[in-house]
Design a protein around this ligand. Structure first.
Ligand code: XGP
Ligand code: MG
Length: 219
């Protein structure tokens, strides 16, 4: 019996995945890693230091950057990213998601956010949707980032719900692994290949409605 929803933020609620890509691409070009659509897809949902590690490993230079050099690159990326999102407005919610949140609230579902991003609180405030959520899981409080199940488990815990009572929504393959590993029902939004393990798949946030999800409700 589904009682709650756990939302990823970047690429699900907020149209911010594109800004992460722009900022990470600058870092990739600085260190000399070729930017490909595959790398862009694989970076989705991965936390800040994990993303940097993937960029360095992909370029075959993980050994050339010590912790201090990595922290400098990660800070540079975040400064560039913060610049890109500084003017975010309620219009930067992805199409249909504000309506979906209102629909869920009216139907009495509880909602939480399971984002790898330390910028989640800022963005949710800028979009004007913070009142919908009982809690935003602090990504620093979980032992391991996506694809580990910890963050989506925590997103059910903060709602006082069992994982089987929660549906998780994600635009990244790592996020779908996290939801599935937590024992929740997974809704993928986006690329069919990257999200092939999702229980339900939508091509766009516009298609995400309670009726469309209920058509695939767990029995
Ligand atoms: P934060 C971000 C990562 O930097 C980014 O690469 C991920 O795509 C994003 O989290 C996932 O939502 O974390 O740098 O904003 O803390
Ligand atoms: Mg995402």
């Amino acid at each position: 019996n589904i009682k709650g929803f756990a939302f990823d933020m970047d690429g699900v609620l907020a149209d911010t995945a594109k800004f992460h890509s722009i900022a990470w691409r600058q870092i990739a070009e600085e260190v000399g890693t070729t930017w490909t659509p595959e790398l862009a897809e694989n970076l989705k949902g991965i936390d800040r230091m994990g993303s940097l590690d993937l960029i360095l490993t992909t370029g075959g230079m993980a050994d050339e950057y010590d912790l201090a050099a990595r922290e400098a690159l990660a800070t540079k990326k975040n400064d560039n990213y913060r610049n890109l999102i500084s003017e975010l407005t309620p219009d930067d919610a992805l199409p249909g998601m504000r309506e979906f949140l209102a629909e869920l609230k009216a139907a009495g579902y509880k909602m939480s956010i399971a984002s790898a991003s330390k910028n989640a609180g800022f963005i949710v405030d800028r979009l004007g949707i913070s009142d919908y959520f009982e809690a935003i899981v602090d990504p620093a409080s979980v032992a391991a980032g996506k694809p580990d199940p910890a963050i989506f488990k925590a997103a059910a815990d903060v709602l006082n719900l069992a994982p089987e009572e929660v549906i998780g929504l994600e635009d990244s393959g790592a996020g779908i692994q996290s939801i599935n590993g937590a024992g929740e029902m997974s809704v993928g939004i986006g690329d069919a290949d990257a999200l092939s393990d999702a229980d339900i798949l939508f091509a766009s946030t516009k298609d995400v409605t309670l009726a469309n999800i209920k058509a695939n409700w767990p029995k």
